[in-house]
Structures are given as C-alpha cells and as structure tokens.
Design a protein around this ligand. Structure first.
Ligand code: AMP
Length: 225
C-alpha cells in the first residue's frame, strides 16, 4: 500500500489555511479569530488593495477601477503580491489567506509555490449575502474607520452618522447593488469551482456561515484541530 506524502506531515506544520465563501459570509471576521487563536498572520488581498488605494500608491491607482466595479484584479498582479507576502518571515509557521485564491488559475499558482493544509469554505445563501452587504456603512473619517451595518450589527444609533466620531457614514462602491450582483456572479462562475478543487485534494472543510460569529468560529476551531 502506498502511503500518501501528507501522512508524513507533522501536525504542527498544518496551519496554512485558505478561506473560501462569498463576500459577506463573515470570512474576514473568522480569519481574524483564526489568526489570533493560532498566532498566524491574516492576509486579506482585498484589505491590501484597499490600503494601497487609500494611500494612493502606484498599485492602488492600478487596481481602483477593478475594486470599484466589483471585478477581479488581474491574476498576474494578485499572484505576485501574494507570493511575496507569504514569503515574509511572519508566515513561516503558516498563514490564513482571505480572498485568495479566487479562481482555479490562482489556486494552481498557489499550489506551485506552497502546500495548503486546509481550505475552509464558509457558506451562506445569496439572499443573505445581498442583505448583509447592502446594509454595510463605513465611517467617512479616515482616522476612525468604524464599520456598521443597517441590516445586521452593529447598527449605528443614527442611520448616517458615526457613533464614535459623528462623521458621515457612506456606502462603499462595491457594496452598492450593481457591484454586489457582479461580485456574486464572479463568485459563482470563478470562485465556487475551488470548492470541488480542494475537496479533491482532501483538505476541504465546509462550514455553515449563516449562524452567529461564535457558533461559526467554534465549528472552525473544532475542524482545525
Ligand atoms: P474582498 O474584500 O476580498 O471582497 O475583495 C475586494 C476586491 O478586491 C474584489 O472585488 C477584487 O476587485 C479585489 N480582489 C481581492 N482579492 C482578489 C483576488 N484574489 N483576485 C483578484 N481580485 C481580488
């Protein structure tokens, strides 16, 4: 009988994680909790792009139109960014990738540069995605950055005003109905085939994301043990 190479992996090594699931599934929140519990960095490609846009870097200028319309940034650019990030020192005991890979090409690229131990798929229905994303409001004061949700929580005391600093709240362009629709289409066409891809590799964990943050994280922690 042939023993698969995975069987020789030390359990302690097994902390290279990717998170799948549509936008609004709460995977960003879960990624932060996993990062804290296992002391591995949380790498969100969306956050990296947004930070660059805010700081008006060259990369930021290059990706603004993609993010505003809900389209994917070209693979080559995104792949290079992730490759150099996961080579950094803080990733030697693992990492949690949130928002990457987004299609089979990115997954194959990732596979060519490192071994992933777990693919956690946080699932929620499309109607719930729309409900959660449409309600999201951000504080317009860059120094504050508070995030609210008119449909879920935390709800601001007044619809358009930040509780913390009284600045106006705004809706991100990619949380507007047209962009949400586009993002969901892309998710179903390009990202959801990854569920099968990682299932075939035997590392897929499916989690019901339509419950409370605590219930979802408990399930994830149990599955990652
Ligand atoms: P997110 O915060 O993960 O929803 O990402 C926000 C936006 O950043 C996406 O709608 C894309 O425009 C871009 N983006 C994030 N991750 C990727 C990726 N892996 N490949 C291409 N574009 C991405």
């Amino acid at each position: 009988m042939q023993i698969p190479p995975e069987a020789f992996k030390d359990n302690g090594d097994k902390m290279k994680i990717i998170l799948l699931g549509p936008q609004g599934s709460g995977k960003g929140t879960q990624a932060k909790l996993i990062s804290k519990k296992f002391n591995i960095p949380h790498i969100s490609t969306g956050d990296i792009f947004r930070k660059n846009i805010k700081e008006e870097t060259e990369l930021g200028k290059e990706v603004t139109s993609y993010l505003n319309s809900g389209k994917l940034v070209p693979d080559e650019l995104t792949n290079k960014l992730v490759e150099s990030r996961i080579k950094e020192d803080d990733c030697k005991n693992g990492f949690i990738l949130d928002g990457f890979p987004r299609n089979i090409k990115q997954a194959e690229f990732l596979n060519s540069v490192t071994d992933i131990d777990y693919a956690v798929d946080v699932e929620i229905p499309d109607e719930e995605v729309v409900f959660r994303l449409e309600g999201r409001r951000n504080c317009s004061n860059k120094g504050c950055g508070a995030i609210y949700n008119l449909n879920t929580s935390p709800k601001p005391k007044e619809n358009n005003t930040c509780d913390k600093c009284s600045s106006d709240l705004f809706q991100r362009d990619d949380d507007k109905p047209e962009a949400i629709k586009k993002r969901l289409e892309i998710y179903h066409e390009q990202t959801s085939p990854l569920i099968d891809y990682y299932d075939k590799k035997g590392i897929l964990i499916i989690i019901d994301g339509s419950r409370s943050i605590e219930e979802v994280s408990q399930d994830i922690f149990l599955a990652l043990k």
